[in-house]
Design a protein around this ligand. Structure first.
Ligand SMILES: Cc1ncc(COP(=O)(O)O)c(C=O)c1O
Length: 436
């Protein structure tokens, strides 16, 4: 979809950034937190902030769900307050609970394991492959039991799983397939959109993902029975309070402004100092980090967030094209340097939400790049953000490659605030750090 034009833009940019002359590009370097948000998204958010009666409930939700389904070529898309809740409701709609096992690969996020555990089912952790940090089916084979019911396929960083092999495996073991496309909006396998292979899929629009409604998730399926059950669960979820919906939209605007190049250098320091005292809502609660279920877990997406989601969807092609361009720049700079770069399966077309690079000395690289970019924190644990992975039943040593990945991966930003020159400069700083 976005391949050839991105490649020609990359070629046109040519050697200027491959020389990586740092001194010329520094003023733009502070703009590297940000994300996908544009000023037009902020204007939409402000419009809803000024119309409190339409902030929480309204017609935009259905419009957004329909647009999301159309984008993927899916029959049904059902929105939730986050992808973790979409997963939880899908599992329940599939009848998964006490006595069932759900296989999932690590590294992942604590909220994914929690969504499984909250249904009463047991997460069964499977190690990843070195090439793409996706599920290792040979390891999954060893973990199959008569309780195994679901194969949750995470397209890590936006790199599609080898779906031919995974679907064969699922058929052989009579497993339901849910795709975790939280990192992978726009990725394709064998020409088809990620999310269109299994019984259902989840997507996230949390602020660090490919598109942002600050928080938000979507359950997608082509199965009418599953869709109507999931829709019934959606109807039983609570609406977010008006103040929370307003805070999400305020966060979109405030973060957009604070990540402007000329203020980001100061804002970043203030942001880091604030830490957990940040008054704007964060994505993961303290209870979730401990594996506990928050009181108001089952929440819906608000109308104002859906309006922003619609805006962002309208720019999805450019967004994906840009991410592909930036990922190509990283790859062009870093391949041949002895670094381990991701290798997608043969039929996969990744849509990199971040670009993962394996480095020996992660703290050193983070220090070297800190002035220029905020490196993603996925993954610093096999279950990101868990107080400790054993809160969700992970046995240390059981997924050694995932544990290694959680010590050695950095990931480089691909979002719209990163130009090709910035990406070239980041790659150059990275290489210098590695050779010093
Ligand atoms: C792989 C993966 N799946 C699911 C989720 C949950 O997404 P959300 O924050 O929208 O609940 C995350 C969160 O980062 C994730 O990394």
């Amino acid at each position: 979809m976005h391949g050839s034009s991105a490649k020609s833009r990359l070629a046109a940019l040519g050697a200027s950034f491959t020389q990586g002359n740092l001194a010329f590009h520094l003023p733009r370097c502070w703009a590297m937190l940000g994300g996908t948000t544009r000023w037009s998204d902020c204007v939409e958010a402000l419009r809803y902030l000024m119309r409190p009666t339409q902030l929480v409930q309204g017609a935009k939700i259905e419009e957004y769900e329909q647009a999301f389904a159309r984008t993927l070529g899916a029959k049904y898309a059902i929105s939730f307050g986050s992808a973790r809740v979409a997963l939880y409701e899908l599992l329940r709609a599939l009848g998964i609970g006490e006595g069932a096992d759900v296989l999932l690969s690590l590294p992942s996020h604590i909220v994914v394991a929690n969504a499984i555990r909250y249904t009463g089912a047991r997460p069964v952790y499977v190690d990843c492959r070195w090439e793409d940090y996706n599920i290792d089916l040979a390891d999954a084979e060893r973990r199959i039991t008569p309780r195994s019911r679901v194969l949750l396929l995470q397209h890590t960083f936006g790199i599609p799983v080898d779906m031919d092999a995974a679907l064969l495996f699922a058929r052989r073991h009579n497993l339901l397939v849910i795709e975790d496309c939280v990192h992978a909006l726009g990725a394709r396998y064998d020409g088809r959109q990620a999310g269109m292979f299994g019984h259902a899929a989840i997507f996230s629009t949390e602020e660090t993902k490919t598109i942002s409604t600050v928080m938000g998730g979507m359950a997608v399926t082509n199965d009418p029975t599953l869709a109507s059950r999931t829709r019934a669960f959606q109807a039983s979820c609570s609406w977010p309070r008006r103040w929370l919906s307003a805070q999400y939209l305020m966060k979109l605007v405030v973060y957009y402004l604070l990540t402007q190049p000329h203020v980001h250098r100061f804002a970043r320091i203030a942001h880091e100092r604030l830490g957990r005292r940040n008054p704007l809502p964060g994505p993961t609660t303290l209870e979730e980090r401990k594996g506990h279920r928050p009181m108001d877990y089952e929440r819906r997406l608000s109308n104002g967030q859906a309006a922003v989601g619609l805006c962002q969807l309208s720019n999805l092609d450019q967004n994906l094209e840009h991410r592909e361009l930036v990922a190509n720049v990283y790859q062009a700079h870093l391949s041949g340097c002895g670094l381990r770069l991701p290798q997608a399966p043969a039929k996969a077309e990744p849509a990199f939400v971040r670009y993962p690079v394996w480095v020996e000395d992660r703290p050193k690289v983070i220090r070297a790049l800190a002035r220029h970019a905020v490196l993603g924190t996925w993954f610093t644990s096999v279950l990101e953000e868990a107080e400790s992975p054993d809160v969700a039943g992970y046995e240390p040593g059981s997924c050694p490659r995932a544990e290694q990945a959680a010590q050695h991966l950095i990931n480089l930003p691909t979002h719209s605030r990163i130009g090709a020159r910035d990406a070239g400069m980041l790659a150059t700083v990275l290489m210098r750090a590695l050779s010093s």
